[in-house]
Design a protein around this ligand. Sequence first.
Ligand SMILES: [Fe+2]
Ligand SMILES: [Fe+2]
Length: 267
Amino acid sequence: MEFFAALMAIAQSPDPKAKLEALYQLDAALEENRVVFDHDAAVQPVAAPSYAAFCTIVHGAKVVRRRNLGTRHGRGAFLHALAHIEYSAIDLALDSCYRFRHLPVQFYEDFFRIALDEARHFSRLSQLLAELDFCYGDFPVHTGIYDAMLRSAHSLRVRMAATHRHLEANGLDAHPELERKIRLFSDGHAKQIAAALQEIYHDEITHVAAGDFWFRYACGRDGVLPQDNFISDVQAAIPGAKFPKPHINRRARLAAGFSAVELAALG
Ligand SMILES: [Fe+2]
Ligand SMILES: [Fe+2]
C-alpha cells in the first residue's frame, strides 16, 4: 500500500462508513509496516468536499447558530454542526498529510494521528446524533473548513497557520461556552454530550500544538518570523478572519504553544 495514494482515496471517499473503515485499514497497515512512502508521486489538487453527495451545502451565514438544546431538533442541529466540523477535520488532516512532501517523519505521524482523533470525535458525535434519530447529512452544512483547506493548499505555512493553528484554536475558544450551555441540562444524553466535548477539547489542544509546531517549522524554512506572519497567513486563506478576536481561551492557547505576547496581540 502506498501512503499518499491511500490518504487521497480516504479523503475523497464519499461515504462516512467506508471512509472510516479505510482509515483504520491504513492505520493497521502502518502498524504492520506494510506501507511505502512515495514522496515524488504527483500531488493532486483538492477536488470537492467529500460530503457533497449527502449533505446540503448552504452559505455559512445561513446555518442556524442559536439552538434550543432542550428540543430534539435543536439538540440534533447542535450535534450535527459539531459532527460536521469533525468530519471536515478528518479530510483536512488527511489533506495536510497528503499535500506536503519530503518533510520529517514526525509531520506525517502527527497529522495521521490527528485524522484518527477526528474520526473518533466524529464517531462519538454521530452516535449521540443517532440517539435522537438523526444522522450525518440530515441538516444543512457550510464549507468553511473546506474553503480554508482549498485556499491553503499551496503553502505549508499558510495551511498550518489558517487551519490547524487558527480554525482549530477557534474551537478551543468556543469550547467553554458550548460546555456551559449543555451542562444546563441534566438528562443522561446531555451528560454524554458534555463528556464527549471534554474529550474532544483535550485532544484539540494537541492538534493546535501540532499546528503551532509545524507553523514555526515552516516559518524557519521560509526565513520569516512567526509573529510577523501569522495574521497575514491566516487571512491569505480566510479573507474574513478578523483580529483582534473578541474572545480567546488564553489557557488552552498557551497550552498549545501560543506565547503570552502573541495572545495579547490576538485577543
Ligand atoms: Fe476533533
Ligand atoms: Fe482537531
